[in-house]
Design a protein around this ligand. Structure first.
Ligand SMILES: NC(=O)c1ccc[n+]([C@@H]2O[C@H](COP(=O)([O-])OP(=O)(O)OC[C@H]3O[C@@H](n4cnc5c(N)ncnc54)[C@H](OP(=O)(O)O)[C@@H]3O)[C@@H](O)[C@H]2O)c1
Length: 291
């Protein structure tokens, strides 16, 4: 297939590109800067210059592809509403021209069903134009009824590995700054996790095999207790580990305090996905988060 990938230069996208190319797909990556274009080219993909704010570039990419893997997102937590509006416009623009083709898009398992294990069959609670991420899952489901093979790629809140700059890296930064590695409450709340390489392998399987309207869970570990994450960070930094108020964690606090376990049993069964890479605690023990 000819696959248009947005976010091709990102943490997950840069692992997805070689995975798709190795499977024989022809990949075109969206790039908004020279540096991103160089990374996409180096991975062996074609470059389409454009951005999430240039809807014509997204339409062009989608029109000339058999499938879209949409991973780009504005991770601006000071304007999360704006990021949601951008996401909604991007999804609409691409899905409008994808009848008979596939649209796979990044979503998350976080906050699906706090306090209980989320499954692929749980509908996403973020609905409507003003919802976080622009209510993208519900929006995409409307296109499923219009002949687009939409597939929601629900990533664990930590897609970890060497070079990660996401949530775990932020927790490490906060612990280093405060001189203590914290958790909220008793730290028994759980976070799902997946290694980046396993997540990328799942994106390829979903592209090739997931049915229209599916949600797939990129979750290798159902839930790692927050206090174990904090302990591993404390060990890696050589700082004490202790309970801390949620406000000590800034914008990430509410999420780090949440109990958000998620299953991938259906994903594994239906797509034959078997995660094989290091667990989150193994990755933290390997030391690369603390360099
Ligand atoms: N990493 C995780 O733990 C995790 C967990 C759950 C869900 N997700 C979701 O998975 C997707 C991929 O995440 P990621 O970790 O790979 O993110 P990332 O490393 O921050 O990469 C984001 C990608 O989006 C591109 N991008 C950002 N703003 C753009 C704009 N205005 N126009 C065009 N491209 C733009 C970036 O391009 P540049 O290279 O040019 O900056 C980059 O390729 C996102 O939707 C994210 O929210 C990630």
């Amino acid at each position: 297939m000819r696959v248009f990938v947005t976010g091709a230069s990102g943490w997950i996208g840069s692992a997805v590109l070689p995975e798709l190319i190795a499977a024989g797909h022809q990949v075109v990556g969206l790039a908004r800067t020279d540096a991103s274009a160089a990374a996409v080219t180096a991975a062996g993909a074609e470059v389409l210059r454009g951005s999430l704010d240039d809807l014509d570039s997204l339409r062009t990419g989608a029109e000339h592809a058999d499938a879209v893997v949409h991973l780009a997102f504005k991770h601006d937590f000071t304007d999360y509403a704006g990021a949601g509006r951008t996401e909604r416009a991007a999804v609409t623009t691409m899905c409008d021209v994808l009848e008979g083709k596939a649209f796979l898009f990044a979503s998350g398992v976080a906050l699906l069903t706090p306090g209980r294990v989320a499954t692929e069959l749980d509908e996403h609670p973020m609905r409507g134009p003003d919802a976080p991420r622009g209510g993208a899952e519900e929006l995409a489901s409307q296109y499923t009824n219009r002949g687009v093979r939409t597939v929601s790629l629900r990533f664990a809140p930590t897609v970890h590995g060497a070079g990660d700059h996401g949530f775990i890296a932020e927790l490490v930064r906060i612990a280093r700054e405060r001189g203590v590695s914290g958790f909220v409450g008793d730290g028994a709340n759980r976070w799902p996790a997946v290694h980046r390489a396993d997540a990328a392998a799942l994106v390829r399987l979903a592209l090739d095999h997931a049915p229209a309207g599916a949600a797939v869970h990129a979750v290798a570990e159902e839930g790692v207790p927050a206090r174990e994450i904090a302990a591993a960070i404390g060990h890696g930094l050589g700082v004490p580990v202790a309970a801390a108020p949620v406000d000590d964690f800034g914008w990430i606090g509410r999420l780090f305090a949440a109990d958000i376990p998620a299953s991938s049993a259906l994903t594994r069964k239906e797509l034959g996905w078997t995660p094989t890479r290091p667990t989150l605690l193994e990755d933290l023990a390997a030391g690369h988060y603390f360099i």
